[in-house]
Design a protein around this ligand. Structure first.
Ligand code: MRU
Length: 332
């Protein structure tokens, strides 16, 4: 049984996602630099997972030196690895809030315990997302067998500490005996769809891979009942940044009256960001597109789906309409 992130003494062990689906190889990280590299090179990826991994990165750094300069330098190094996934920045802020007031001698132990808490909370939140999303799938299953769910990128357990976000309801449905077939979009240019295929195959969930551009055709042919994707940052108004290509799926889903859901823990909601226009979009190396170096390339890693295209956000606390997100959060 594989896991995305485990502890091993004073180290964290990750599953190297750059080698999947061809090889399942783990990698032992023992320093801040190794964690920062693992996140920026996408050995670990997926918003919730990089948040937890970054927290461990702070803990590893503080084993070396734990004064204020070392703490701030670790936070700044890790914060510079990937800009869009807010879970990373949320986890680093949480570490700073806890650690800065402590004496340096107390910080390493406290940091390790907090990183562990972040990891455990992520697993618990995603399990709860699975339960709430299951209700949606169960409703659809009344009239359609199997439920035909389309997802984009990888928002399964590989992208989290456990269970996944968009795929958590799929796994919950499998456990409940509800038949689901997953349409997995390939997700150019990094092909995270292959990661989704790998984990669905491991779990024995039926799936079919498609090129990103085939999604509209499948929707127009009535082959998709629901779209569920993950999120890297959700603005206070519900606008949602997720892997590039998500927005086009939401537009096609609207045209074909297919419900489009986002599944994410509340650590992915950035209430300090009023709308999607304020979400920083990561621009990755053009080499990822495989074009000859002399061709000009643009390679945004994420896009923003306006709240108006989203039927609901599946969180650990329940399913919320995107325009009610802030009020719903403030009420609780
Ligand atoms: O660039 P990646 O692979 O880290 O992007 C991942 C995604 O966009 C996921 O959909 C998102 O992080 C949600 S993961 C549960």
């Amino acid at each position: 049984m594989f896991a995305t992130l485990t502890e091993d003494g004073n180290a964290v062990v990750i599953l190297d996602q750059t080698l999947l689906p061809h090889q399942a190889v783990t990698c032992r990280l023992t320093t801040l630099a190794e964690v920062a590299h693992a996140i920026s090179s996408m050995q670990v990826r997926g918003a919730p997972l990089i948040g937890a991994c970054a927290a461990y990165g702070v803990a590893l750094a503080l084993h070396e030196a734990a004064d204020d300069t070392a703490l701030e330098s670790a936070i700044s190094t890790l914060g510079g690895t990937r800009p869009t996934a807010v879970n990373l920045h949320w986890a680093l802020q949480r570490m700073r809030r806890l650690l800065a007031p402590l004496a340096p001698a107390e910080r390493a132990t406290a940091a390790w315990a907090e990183a562990r808490a972040i990891a455990r909370e992520d697993a618990a939140a995603n399990a709860a997302i699975g339960g709430h999303g299951l209700a949606l799938l169960a409703e659809l299953a009344g009239s359609r067998k199997p439920v035909k769910l389309m997802t984009h990128c990888n928002a399964g357990w590989l992208a989290t500490v456990a269970h996944g976000t968009a795929l958590a309801p799929v796994y919950a449905a499998q456990r409940s005996g509800i038949a689901v077939h997953v349409w997995v979009s390939e997700t150019r240019p990094r092909n995270q769809g292959l990661l989704t295929c790998w984990e669905l195959a491991e779990a024995g969930v039926p799936y079919t891979l498609l090129a990103d551009n085939a999604a509209g055709l499948l929707m127009s042919q009535g082959k998709v009942d629901i779209v569920v994707v993950g999120a890297d940052r959700i603005a206070a108004n519900g606008d949602t940044a997720n892997k590039i290509g998500t927005y086009l799926k939401a537009l096609a889903a609207r045209e074909h009256e297919i419900p489009f859901y986002v599944a994410a823990p509340l650590s992915t909601v950035d209430f300090s960001c009023p709308t999607g226009a304020g979400i920083p979009i990561e621009e990755r190396d053009g080499a990822e597109l495989g074009a000859p170096g002399r061709f000009p390339v643009v390679n945004p890693a994420f896009d923003v789906t306006p709240a108006g295209l989203i039927a609901g956000i599946i969180t650990e606390r329940g399913i919320c309409r995107p325009d009610r997100l802030k009020a719903w959060h403030d009420e609780s």
